[in-house]
Design a binder for this molecule. Structure first.
Ligand code: ZN
Length: 374
């Protein structure tokens, strides 16, 4: 109900196209058909773990991904990275489940067999990459995601009887589902191995990437820099450019035909974990970076609580063409539309964009991110 004094808001221009850069509707399969009734034009549906990869594929198929609408993302989220066995390191190929989890988790759960017992069997990294490559081939419009690094999260503990009895049957298994947290974290070095292999695949297949980063922007950047090494864009001054033009006829600045770098990445700023306001973000935007990095924002995560100001400062500082919006929601339908509308309005306001122009900008950004269209 509207307050008598409240200003009527401009009607939201859904007709211009609203693109959710990152969401998880397959976490609630019962509501997945709602996607067809939503006002948002396109959802970029992310996979995260064993249980949702094929659900994301099925959803993309049934939503007619062939038309280039709902592009799926296939990848392994850092919260599940402990399940991956790095079989590229010779010493680990035959490692037992106990030895593996004791090594990649910190503190080591070696003296906590009950905890290790309930963890899933490990999956070799080579298998993950093989399967992801196959899915990317099946869906030529697919991205790599959700991948990333997270220094803050801890694994959920062993299911208690109470948690089991109150479990929401509608949720796709495998996620935390409100369970109490254990003390165990996945070592950053291990997360890094899993991330790097998936970024390499993205580069090889020239696919965009959706990256989750919590308290880990520096390490994410290090991994990107390793992969970018030797492929940096050469920035020439005008005089150098003219000289070179005379010598070679033409240069294609930036496009070095390289196939080892992720084409584009989206960094999803989650949990308001931005370290210091704007400075650490700048390195992702450096003109010599061979991949274009976008920053994606969601109302739920980014604008609640104390870190909101930092996030607002970042939004104000970013270039117009590197901002995306996302719902990051686990269920399709009206709530997802509302979140997208809210975050789009908020970003337009912070940037001083007129609503229609801003929505158009966000749509153009997503198309450039996902399809390289300009
Ligand atoms: Zn996500």
């Amino acid at each position: 109900m509207s307050h008598p004094d409240s200003q009527p808001q401009d009607a939201f221009p859904w007709e211009l196209g609203i693109y959710d850069a990152h969401c998880h509707p397959t976490d609630t399969m019962a509501a997945v058909a709602e996607i067809l009734t939503m006002k948002a034009t396109t959802l970029t549906v992310m996979a995260t773990r064993a249980q949702d990869q094929e659900l994301v594929a099925e959803t993309a198929t049934s939503l007619n991904a062939a038309e280039g609408q709902q592009p799926p993302g296939f990848g392994w989220h850092p919260w599940f990275s402990h399940q991956i066995l790095d079989d590229t390191a010779p010493a680990t190929t035959q490692q037992s489940k106990e030895a593996h989890y004791s090594e990649v988790l910190t503190p080591s759960p070696a003296s906590d067999p009950k905890f290790i017992d309930q963890l899933p069997p490990t999956k070799p990294l080579s298998t993950l990459i093989f399967e992801t490559r196959e899915r990317l081939c099946r869906f030529p419009n697919a991205l790599v995601g959700e991948v990333g690094l997270d220094k803050a999260f801890r694994l959920p503990g062993v299911w208690t009887a109470e948690e089991i009895s109150s479990r929401d049957e509608d949720l796709t298994p495998g996620s935390r589902e409100g369970r109490k947290l254990s003390p165990y974290k996945v070592k950053v070095d291990h997360q890094r191995v899993v991330l790097k292999a998936q970024l390499q695949l993205a580069g090889e297949m020239q696919r965009p990437v959706s990256v989750h980063s919590v308290q880990a922007h520096g390490v994410v950047f290090d991994v990107l820099r390793e992969l970018w090494s030797g492929h940096e864009k050469v920035i020439l001054s005008r005089r150098q450019r003219e000289k070179q033009k005379d010598a070679e006829g033409a240069i294609s600045e930036g496009e070095d035909g390289d196939d080892q770098d992720p084409r584009r990445s989206s960094k999803s700023e989650k949990g308001g974990m931005l370290p210091g306001p704007v400075e650490p973000i700048r390195q992702f935007l450096h003109a010599t970076n061979p991949s274009d990095v976008y920053f994606s924002f969601s109302t739920v995560i980014n604008f609640g609580g104390a870190p909101a100001k930092k996030v607002r400062d970042v939004i104000k500082e970013l270039p117009d063409d590197r901002i995306l919006i996302e719902s990051d929601l686990h269920v399709a339908g009206r709530q997802m539309d509302e979140l997208l509308e809210n975050v789009a309005r908020e970003i337009c306001q912070l940037r001083g964009w007129e609503l229609r122009a801003g929505v158009r900008q966000l749509a153009d950004n997503w198309k450039r991110f996902a399809y390289g269209e300009d």
